[in-house]
Design a binder for this molecule. Structure first.
Ligand code: ATP
Length: 245
């Protein structure tokens, strides 16, 4: 089932104890697509992403299935999923503050390095092309970067693993409007490199602008889905998510 899609969930459900944070949901990401999951605080967006990435906390339990390139990911660790081509940039950007920018990036290619690929320099130059700011600051301690630069570093580190699917949890969170614009511009450029993106966002307007397809998640369930450009013109979406902001 679902063997065609890059990513497909089949009745993926997540519970924290008895609380169902994500009801059984089906989502798909095709190769090279940008798919967004929008919705309010607490809707279950991070929960869905973490379930897909294999990054749920111990208190979370999961039912249903996640398929990546047709392969059932049940029982496969987060590290293995990274090696298979999925990278997650979590909401808390989790950088190594006392390490240099460049060393944070190199950690992102660690799994590939272990798998025998010793030449990370090519991918490093790809990342530096996308983020000239990181190149300028390659020897700076990650902890001294600005919020926007930290988000770039988190994105760059995930890209060092050469993912087929990049999963971004609220990349615009806490950033100034100008930086948000820059981050979304980079997301669009990333698509041109062929990587598929699953983008969780509260910034519905910006997310619908870059995405091909969108899901609206409300209290743990998909309330609406469709072509992103069409959803941006849907009166319900406009009233609820695009209103005044
Ligand atoms: P936000 O944008 O605020 O991060 P979200 O849509 O990503 O929201 P989740 O973080 O996935 O939502 O949370 C969904 C629900 O699950 C919320 O009610 C939240 O309180 C609950 N929840 C999240 N993580 C846990 C956890 N580790 N243990 C128990 N409940 C949790």
């Amino acid at each position: 089932a679902n063997s065609q899609a890059l990513l497909a969930t089949d009745q993926l459900q997540v519970l924290y104890g008895k609380v169902e944070a994500l009801q059984a949901t089906n989502i798909r990401v095709e190769r090279g697509q940008i798919v967004t999951v929008i919705g309010p605080n607490g809707a279950g967006k991070s929960t869905m992403l973490n379930g897909i990435a294999g990054a749920l906390p111990a208190s979370g339990s999961q039912r249903g299935q996640v398929f990546f390139n047709g392969q059932d990911l049940r029982g496969i660790s987060i590290e293995k999923r990274v090696a298979m081509g999925m990278s997650l940039v979590p909401e808390k950007r989790e950088l190594f503050a006392s390490m240099k920018v460049e060393d944070n990036l190199l950690l992102g290619s660690y799994r590939r390095y272990q798998a025998g690929e010793k030449n990370y320099a090519d991918q490093l130059s790809v990342v530096f092309d996308l983020f000239p700011r990181l190149k300028e600051r390659r020897h700076q301690q990650a902890g001294t970067l600005s919020g926007g630069e930290r988000q770039m570093l988190a994105l760059g580190r995930a890209l060092m693993a050469k993912p087929q699917l990049l999963m971004l949890d609220e990349p615009s969170l806490g950033l100034a409007p100008l930086i948000v614009k820059e981050i979304f511009h980079i997301i669009q450029r990333l698509r041109q490199t062929g990587v598929a993106i699953l983008l969780v966002e509260q910034n519905a307007r910006a997310a619908l602008q870059v995405a091909d397809y969108a899901y609206v998640l409300e209290t743990g369930a998909i309330a609406l889905e469709g072509n992103a450009a069409e959803l941006a013109h849907d009166q319900r979406v406009i009233d609820t998510y695009l209103g005044l902001t």
